[in-house]
Design a protein around this ligand. Structure first.
Ligand code: ZN
Ligand code: ZN
Length: 295
């Protein structure tokens, strides 16, 4: 299948069984060119519709998905996988037709992660292939650049080795922008835009709803739908129901370090003093577990 866009995006060819996807049937259509799909502002809509216009942010695109660099990275590696068709959020997913769509987003995320982990010099920003060979640090335009450069200077080059990063996948329970997007985020959570405890909790708690949880909810709704019409007798299609009270609770949960699991009473102290050391210890441990011996 030909790609609809011309930019030399990364080749996220299937790398493992289960990574292949078949083109989606029943695509929803966008409103006519120029008309906004959603009432609120959504730059994500623009990436979905016109990926070729965003060569700096788009890493990959095909007929069904776009992969972009999150504009406000909360971790050293932070991407969004977005469907090309209009889907507002998880509450807009139709259990009767959209289960394959969620599987496609997950498969694309899987390919992205494997691509990342097999390319030690993976660029943190979209670049033309000719620029791809440099080490990871020099291209990064954020404080991460300084962090990685300092680490390399200290002989800790393994910090820039993507094989050591683990990833979380999830949809936000309360998304900040319309147009469905699957977060793919490395678990360091040390991105330049990780700036508050509530931000932390939106990625470190079940506020970030893993795709398997969303799929389970959709499967249940689908089964219920197939079992027969509901009591109301209406033709209202079932959807995942929002739980606003529970959404608000996540922001007030105590902040817990992902690596040592200790509660962190102060966000700044956690981010600036505790986390860098704790994450480094974690990476050193992961480094020892790698089949080949480090850098
Ligand atoms: Zn989000
Ligand atoms: Zn810790």
């Amino acid at each position: 299948m030909a790609l609809p866009v011309q930019w030399p995006f990364a080749d996220l060819s299937p790398a493992a069984p289960g990574d292949e996807t078949t083109p989606l049937a029943n695509r929803r259509s966008w409103k006519p060119d120029g008309a906004k799909q959603w009432s609120g502002p959504s730059p994500l809509e623009h990436y979905a519709r016109y990926p070729e216009k965003h060569p700096q942010e788009v890493l990959y695109a095909d007929d069904d998905t776009v992969v972009i660099y999150d504009k406000y990275p909360k971790a050293w590696f932070h991407f969004l996988v977005i469907p090309r068709q209009p889907v507002r959020d998880i509450y807009d997913l139709d259990p009767m037709v959209d289960i394959p769509l969620v599987h496609t987003l997950v498969a694309r995320a899987g390919r992205l992660i494997r691509h990342l982990q097999t390319q030690p010099s993976f660029p943190p920003r979209a670049l033309a292939p000719s620029q791809y060979d440099g080490p990871i640090a020099p291209h990064h335009p954020t404080p991460t650049h300084a962090a990685l450069t300092a680490a390399n200077d200290k002989g800790e080059g393994y910090l820039a080795d993507p094989r050591l990063y683990r990833f979380r996948l999830g949809f936000h329970t309360l998304p900040s922008l319309p147009q469905l997007h699957l977060h793919v985020i490395s678990d360091d959570f040390m991105g330049p835009m990780m700036k508050s405890q509530s931000r932390w909790n939106t990625f470190a708690t079940p506020f970030l709803r893993p795709p398997e949880v969303v799929l389970e909810e959709l499967e249940k709704l689908r089964e219920a739908s197939l079992a027969g019409p509901d009591d109301s007798g209406g033709r209202q299609p079932a959807r995942i129901v929002r739980d606003r009270a529970r959404e608000a609770d996540f922001f007030h949960l105590p902040m817990v370090c992902l690596f040592c699991h200790k509660e962190q009473p102060n966000f700044r102290a956690h981010r600036d003093e505790h986390l860098p050391g704790c994450f480094q210890t974690e990476l050193e441990n992961r480094c020892r577990e790698l089949p080949t011996s480090g850098p």
